[in-house]
Design a protein around this ligand. Sequence first.
Ligand SMILES: *[C@@H]1O[C@H](CO)[C@@H](O)[C@H](O)[C@H]1NC(C)=O
Ligand SMILES: *[C@@H]1O[C@H](CO)[C@@H](O)[C@H](O)[C@H]1NC(C)=O
Ligand SMILES: *[C@@H]1O[C@H](CO)[C@@H](O)[C@H](O)[C@H]1NC(C)=O
Ligand SMILES: *[C@@H]1O[C@H](CO)[C@@H](O)[C@H](O)[C@H]1NC(C)=O
Ligand SMILES: *[C@@H]1O[C@H](CO)[C@@H](O)[C@H](O)[C@H]1NC(C)=O
Ligand SMILES: *[C@@H]1O[C@H](CO)[C@@H](O)[C@H](O)[C@H]1NC(C)=O
Length: 621
Amino acid sequence: MRRSGPFSCLLALCLLLPAALALVPDWTPPLSTRGRYIVDATGARFKLKAANWHGASGTWEGSGDKNDDTKSHSGENSHVLALGLQYVPIDEMLDSFEAIGINSIRLPFSNEMIHDTSVIPDDWIAANPQLKGKTPLEVYDAVVAALTARRFAVIINNHTNKSRWCCGVNDGNERWNESQSEDAWIADWISMVQRYKSNPRVVGADLYNEVRRDLLNDPNWGDYDAHDWYLAAHHAGDRILTEANKDILIVIEGINWFGLPVDGFPHGRPTLDPAHQLSHTLVQPDKLVYSAHFYGYTGPNHSGATGIGETSDPRYQDLSKADLFAVYNSSAAFVALSDDSHFTHPLWMSEFGSGIDTGDAQKPWWFNTVEFLTTYDIDFSFWPLVGFSDSGNNWALQAWTRASPAVRHGLLDFDDWRRDSWLGLVNATAAQPPADVPAHWRILNLDAEDYVKSITLLARGGDWDSGARKGVCPDGLRLLGLSSSGRARGICADTPSAGGATWGAARDTEVVTSETHVAADWASGFTKYQCADDSFAIGYALRGAKVSSVLCAKADRVLGQDTSRTVWFNQGDQRADGNRGGDWAVSQYKGQCASDEHVAGVAFSTAWARNGSPAALLCRK
Ligand SMILES: *[C@@H]1O[C@H](CO)[C@@H](O)[C@H](O)[C@H]1NC(C)=O
Ligand SMILES: *[C@@H]1O[C@H](CO)[C@@H](O)[C@H](O)[C@H]1NC(C)=O
Ligand SMILES: *[C@@H]1O[C@H](CO)[C@@H](O)[C@H](O)[C@H]1NC(C)=O
Ligand SMILES: *[C@@H]1O[C@H](CO)[C@@H](O)[C@H](O)[C@H]1NC(C)=O
Ligand SMILES: *[C@@H]1O[C@H](CO)[C@@H](O)[C@H](O)[C@H]1NC(C)=O
Ligand SMILES: *[C@@H]1O[C@H](CO)[C@@H](O)[C@H](O)[C@H]1NC(C)=O
């Protein structure tokens, strides 16, 4: 099934493009992460060079007749379908996507679209009569199938609930749980992921678009309440991976906005900054991709508005290159540019863009942003991919006239000032992940609830210490450190270069709640819960602050006993390898064994004035 016709270019230019840009290079699903990189099933880098094909999330601005084109954003009415199907045959659109060098598509949808069972009118898909008689969701299915048949990777994105243009003030799309439960949101996700499970080129679930303040409430990251985006994303990610598809990438965006955009009141874009302190650990530790959105007209503390909602803060386009790079890194790209931390993950700049005639103010911002993405080899997705050239909105990479037949006026078809920088971006050489696989560092967080990340333990019901708060490392990782009092955090690691032992094939575990295995007094005056010889800790449980049990896994080999040492951390930080893994429990006392050791025991005390929280680790090689 190859292209149905020649390029519909106005100029011969696109025919002259190198063949390397024409087809999506072959790749093997599923995708997963390796340190800061996304890789395919063969371990080769798969850099998301993407664009947003919007429309199924709605273009209506929220008032007037939805069928009146002038009531859609920029007069570009998608009719809740991927934009353009009424004017352009889909194969011609896919040809044009290949021609601009992208390999993946972020495909937003609205919840309303999913549940709309009405058959679409023929004129909504006039240029694609093969789609006659379908519902909006069936058209979405057909778009997914057409894209993936051309080897595009598709990331489905829950963009809006109501089918309307996103992200105005109080548009009812601010948060995942607007007027419904978190469970209903997750249930919808599970059904969407299951719907495309048999298509392995549907590679990602982008959980929610631009989580931000609604009229009354700010979202937060780690307050464990109904507005906690950290927690909601963590719940949804784990449930998708366990109940719908263990192979899909989970894309979690930072917080897009908090506060009232009024000078003198706190406001801004935390973006991914809170992940410095608290990153997500999912049951599949190689499936998390973080994302962030940047536009020149918005700013670190600027809402993007002009007039009402405008503050005196700078916009990104007002920043010098050095300041822009610094804020991109501190708010988002640090996840990819720090290689040995709990927050080390790929960053996908899943929305950025600039129009052809947005004025000179945005041009330096655009060139600086492209330079940032190129220099630091960051995955990206331009917004928007498709538009109508006669609508007055000249942002799209590929645009068509609305006359019949539609004529393309895209990035490659005339002297678009963005063209060379765009081609340089998609054509830049993507680095391959280092052969020496980077370590995984993953946080356990028992502050609010159970944090059982082992598929093996979950399959056994997960409740190995009933009534206690339990944390277990993802399968393949071992416990390497704990915090004392305050926040209840642990750090898991694999550090493969240390050639450590792994969990035995039978997956034997023991819940230790006594000193039975203690042979020598390695923490005098303290209670010591120690694993049996040849076992290592993979989890622990607390009741209040007090250690309730240690979960030990039987190793696949005999472990040495003679290299034990005690690491005390009830008076300060004691981390053997300096800052390896990053600061996984900020301003808490922490103990961490070295990367070539394992935790063989945890000591605590409930004596007077002590609360039973972890105080010392027995570290062994
Ligand atoms: C989401 O959309 C549905 C209609 O599809 C509507 O019933 C529901 O109230 C909407 N929820 C919110 C929060 O707007
Ligand atoms: C969702 O957030 C609202 C606040 O807007 C909160 O009142 C409500 O309890 C949350 N819903 C659920 C089911 O958690
Ligand atoms: C998308 O998010 C909306 C909240 O605005 C929610 O109502 C809906 O259930 C979500 N749909 C999916 C498939 O996650
Ligand atoms: C600007 O935003 C940052 C990051 O969200 C925040 O820490 C800071 O307090 C904000 N400044 C103002 C003036 O609101
Ligand atoms: C980005 O931030 C990380 C973490 O703070 C730092 O290690 C790295 O050097 C920074 N990179 C650049 C290019 O600024
Ligand atoms: C893309 O890169 C190749 C070599 O890596 C080069 O030959 C080609 O001219 C580049 N194309 C564009 C459009 O920059």
